[in-house]
Design a binder for this molecule. Sequence first.
Ligand SMILES: Cc1ncc(COP(=O)(O)O)c(C=O)c1O
Length: 388
Amino acid sequence: MQRIPVSGPWITQKEIDYVADAAANAWYADANIYHARFERAFAEYLGVRFAMALPSCTSARHLSLLALGVGTGDEVIVPDATWIASVAPVCYVGATPVFADIDPETWCLSAWSLEECITPRSRAVIPVDLYGNVPDMDAIGDITRRHRLAVIEDAAEAIGSEYRGRKAGSFGDTGTFSFHGSKTLTTGEGGMLVTDREDIYRRAAVLRDHGRQPGDTMFFNSEIAYKYKMSSMQAALGLAQLERIEELVTRKRQIFDWYQRELADLRGVKLNHEAETTKNTYWMVTVLLEPELGVRKEQLIALLAERGIDCRPFFHPLSSLPPFASSEQGKIAQIRNRVSYGISPYGVNLPSGLNLTEERVAYVCDALKTALRPRSQRVIAATPALHA
Ligand SMILES: Cc1ncc(COP(=O)(O)O)c(C=O)c1O
């Protein structure tokens, strides 16, 4: 059997046709036809006014912070357990990241911890929709409104997810998406900034094009800025994927259901949570091992690799990583963030690529059970079976 990859896209003839058409025709005066269609369809899908196609989610967050005027002397609160791209742009603009803890059920930003992190220097919050889940947006919205904090939602992993019927990515002053090759909707590399705020959209439009006004034909630069653009071939791929978004999201949820069924009788493990308020799109099906099993993420990843199965570790707490570990905020977070530090060593992202079949999921689950069963039988009988 071929190795089972941890992630990967679902590309059909539609995507190939759109990209081929862009390569043949989207030049000169038509250079932006696919961007315009992709952005319009994306804004409509999200239920927001503006969408801007960009080269990455990281650039979308960078532009968001710049457009909001966040900079030196400001603090920006981010969850401790996430990919470094959530926080790196905070450092690009010279602001200080403050690492809040995550919720033990959703694995997303804890509203309670967020409130604890607020100081007079706090300017913005970056809630992350981790692994396709959504944090408690009611509680977070209440806190950010009371403290007048800007919200930049990191929905990189959560296209199609919902909270109380509203789409992930539409909750903040801006929402930021990734279309990296591992994502549910991919353009190879790519991203999108969405917002309802015209001032942010207009400012980002100048900042993303070397300080030129949109539509400028005189090549006039009013300031030093950035070059953050997506190619037409990527926009064409994104449009085709977006036209198939229900199919893609349904497949993701189907993959999670297969895992949930296969692992239902395995004690000592827990999968991604879905609250009643939320539609989780399970970007990465993630297994969390009870510490009593005595198996850490590195060991399980190595055991599954021997069976030809590629997995990923749950994100390391950002505050534990070299860029932050010895900073003042890093040290505070290492003590404060019990949940992030409790979960991270025991979480493994299982193969979740869109080309998975039910048989392959069964194979992965069999390997997982073989790796864990001798240990899971020792876990106290009182431990509830899998609860997702
Ligand atoms: C939570 C999160 N934020 C941000 C990003 C960054 O996305 P990009 O690589 O498109 O900048 C990713 C992508 O892996 C992510 O998972």
